[in-house]
Design a protein around this ligand. Sequence first.
Ligand SMILES: C[S@@+](CC[C@H](N)C(=O)[O-])C[C@H]1O[C@@H](n2cnc3c(N)ncnc32)[C@H](O)[C@@H]1O
Length: 508
Amino acid sequence: MNYLYLGDCLNVLQDYVKDESVDLVYIDPPFNSKRNYNVFFHDKEIQVQRLAFEDTWSLKNVNDSMQQLDTLQNEHLYHLLRAYQDIAPQVFPYLVMMTLRILELHRVLKPTGSFYLHCDPTASHYLKTGCDAVFGVRNFRNEITWKRTPFNGSSKSRAKQLPRNHDVILFYSKREDNIWNPPSTSYSEEYLKRFKWHDERGYYRKTLLKTYSQETFERLKEAGRLIEPTKKGARYSYKQYLEDSKGITLVDDIWSDINMINPVAKERLGYPTQKPKTLLERIIQASSNEGDLVLDAFCGCGTTVDVAEGLRRRWLGIDISPFAISLIKHRLQGTYQGDLARFEIRGIPTDENSAVKLWEQNAFAFQDWWIMEFGAFSTMFGKKGADKGIDGIAVYAISKADKLNAAFQVKGGQKVQSKDIDALLGAMVKHKCELGVFLTRAEPTRPMLETIAKQGYHKVGNHHYPKLQILTLQEFFAGQQLKLPKENVTFKSAEVIGKGGEQAELKV
Ligand SMILES: C[S@@+](CC[C@H](N)C(=O)[O-])C[C@H]1O[C@@H](n2cnc3c(N)ncnc32)[C@H](O)[C@@H]1O
């Protein structure tokens, strides 16, 4: 069984993940960029921006972590963090937040396990000192430089400085006998160009014969592979044939052969900071084997779990955002369909009671969760809630060229009234949505049902979709379905908008 957890990874790790149970941890947490990462929904008629996650850390928003700081058992780490409080106060709250989680991740790693921390030069140097304190300096394996793009980054990233174009991936193991399958790659075009000579046996390059035995010399001569020096006193070379090489070279710690996801990439989902699958393939193949357990505690739109699933690893993903968790669910179901290994989502409502509880704790999270259950883009987030009458939007493809829009409205309170339906109808007209969905915890009144019935159907070919539909929380958990077109493409038509080499924002 694989698991997706909605929640703060510190709590999830502490409450649910056993000591020494995980083979590989990869995390790509917020980088302390002090900005918000937004997702944009841009249609001809509807333009909505919502927050995906925040990356600003202050003593206030890491209050929970601060309270745990004084109970730290690792003295070295404690003193390190307290020193940063004085010398780097701007990064101190972020470092406390991160190192407490790294400590937990170290706890859950098996002795043969590996840990990869994806970050960038904003805080990689601080984070490395924290990782050294947690894992021990001797277990530091590599600092991987990932060159994100062959281009020169955004104009901002190169103003009066060299273009900023790389991320840092810190690689640690728990002990020396970590699982290790050395990654290799096919020869690059550039390398192949060196094999520019040709004879009856094939392409070869000229390689200098540096130190050699008489026996080697004779063997090369006999085989016709020895190349006489052209100048007096120069050394011999020999013909190194392409066909004798394995066609692969070992990957080193500079990764420039994997590009960040481009605007038209098929795998692009519209989640800011989404990492390319090839990056995770390399890491997961290098540091785990089939059947091993891979954990991503800041899993975003689920690149790690998607790749782990494809490579037949078991997986566990954690993210604090209901938006991210829903995206992952749809991503996995879309990619693997019937072949998807069983997985369970924890931390989201599983019945009416837990849904109501979520409403009582956090009405915005409730709305976010329910809308996303339908693969709709939730336009709602925190106090910056969008338009009245519309909390979410979904787009359906009905032919290659034609799409239908559905407006979603959620009500979690104990009462609903006719004016709520009127607001939804108004939003449908305003945003040119052919369909409307009213999701409610409370039972609708008779006049509401009459208004809904009066709207009739929207016809597409042989299909008839009710223009307005209503679903109660009770019906939802009883498995009642809405009548909506099958092909939901809400998150498929994402497009990058700007920010070049930095973690890009995307529009859906
Ligand atoms: C840079 S994104 C990860 C992107 C991911 N690698 C991908 O390819 O989609 C960081 C994620 O960390 C999540 N996050 C932030 N704080 C968290 C916490 N305390 N626990 C779990 N997830 C958290 C955010 O919601 C966001 O989705």
